[in-house]
Design a protein around this ligand. Structure first.
Ligand SMILES: [Zn+2]
Length: 233
């Protein structure tokens, strides 16, 4: 999540909260909403980005060092952490769509569930957390990179490690199997990646071909139970 000062339609400087990979304006910190800065179906005009200090009283108050109202972005971050922790306890990646988020808050039993207005910011934080996790390099594993597409936009190159789930890019065959990485090892002919599709024998790929044929879905779940079951045949 990126924060930038943006000039609104009325000339007031708001704090904008943006997708760090695509530059999409997700929301502003105050109650004015993103349409105080962009028009519907229009991209953010780069000329609206400014170094001028915030002149919107609500945006400025949310950024005041002490005793201000809770910053919308920080609140969304807390909710995103809760959603991710719930998903980890189940061993599955979290659903980022509106209904998935709503169900997560029902399951969490939040006394005051977040308003729908906060969902895009929660989704953005959740995407940042999942991207950070996808980019984490497992220690001692030779580096093999595969594309990883962020839920809210933007593609990055992520390392493949044991336990990761990859999807085969089957655009030619129409077949998109999901495989789990079992090992990434050095061999006399180069780095070899062993993957296994559920119910099939393991299959090895030369590292340089992996990034052409697969993209990364997610890092191995942070759930101890799910990890233990990964090692079962
Ligand atoms: Zn504002």
């Amino acid at each position: 999540m990126e924060h930038k000062n943006l000039i609104g339609h009325d000339g007031v400087v708001h704090e904008g909260l943006l997708n760090g990979h695509t530059g999409f304006l997700v929301d502003v910190t105050c109650d004015a909403g993103r349409f105080a800065v962009v028009h519907p179906y229009e991209k953010l005009d780069p000329a609206r980005v400014t170094e001028t200090p915030l002149s919107c009283p609500a945006c400025a108050a949310a950024n005041a060092p002490a005793a201000g109202p809770l910053h919308r972005g920080h609140l969304a971050h807390q909710y995103a952490e809760d959603v991710l922790a719930l998903a980890d306890s189940r061993g599955y990646p979290p659903a980022g769509d509106d209904e998935g988020l709503r169900l997560a808050f029902v399951a969490l039993g939040e006394k005051v569930p977040p308003s729908r207005r906060l969902y895009p910011l929660i989704r953005e934080h959740l995407t940042d957390m999942l991207t950070e996790r996808a980019l984490a390099v497992p220690e001692g594993v030779p580096q093999v990179l595969v594309p990883y597409t962020r839920y809210t936009g933007g593609t990055v190159q992520a390392p493949a490690g044991p336990g990761d789930r990859l999807m085969s890019d089957g655009v030619a065959s129409g077949h998109f199997p999901i495989v789990r990485v079992e090992a990434v090892e050095e061999s006399p002919t180069g780095i070899i990646v062993t993957v296994r599709e559920k119910g099939w024998h393991p299959f090895t790929w030369p590292a340089h071909e992996l990034g052409r044929c697969f993209f990364k879905l997610d890092r191995a779940p942070h759930c101890p139970q799910a990890r233990a079951s990964d090692h079962q045949p």
